[in-house]
Design a protein around this ligand. Sequence first.
Ligand code: ZN
Length: 190
Amino acid sequence: MKEMNPLLRSFLFIIGGEIAIEVGIELLNSEEEDITDEGITENIKDRLKNLKPDIIFEDNDGEFLKLNTVRKTLYKLYSSKLAQFRRIRDKSTGWFIYYWWHEFDLFEEILMEKRKLMETKLRERLKFEESNYFFVCKECSSSSNKFNFDQAFELNFRCPDCGGPLEAQDNQELIQFLKEKIVLIENLDL
Ligand SMILES: [Zn+2]
């Protein structure tokens, strides 16, 4: 059995729970030839019946694992760009047979992309918060409005809703929070 990268494992779990990890393991171990959803279902059943007999994938009716659950999971992996399939029409039944393979090599790339995107967003927000000093009205709840200095100046530092004073809002906490998040993402070990 091939070992699965722990990060990939957690990612699969987030996508589709315990069953997504098991489906992932089957895809990883059938790299030599593409496998059908039925094949995956049977393999998981064979592998886990003795190893983890307590595990329950189906909560309704006592069945251990349904083909449909595996199919749904495969589509989740497909939507996350972690799996691909090709289909062939069975000449005798007229139904399609789906052959699956993993695209886990793309996983690292996807993660890197997500990380970059998140970092960019956080940096933009930080820049915005740092360069914008906001004024708010603490007297009325209806004015959840934030005014930058120019706007507050225009308003003579008076709330347009209630006439109360506009006070500078302390966003140092938020700035600190954003900075910490950025450091965290930068130091993620992939
Ligand atoms: Zn007000």
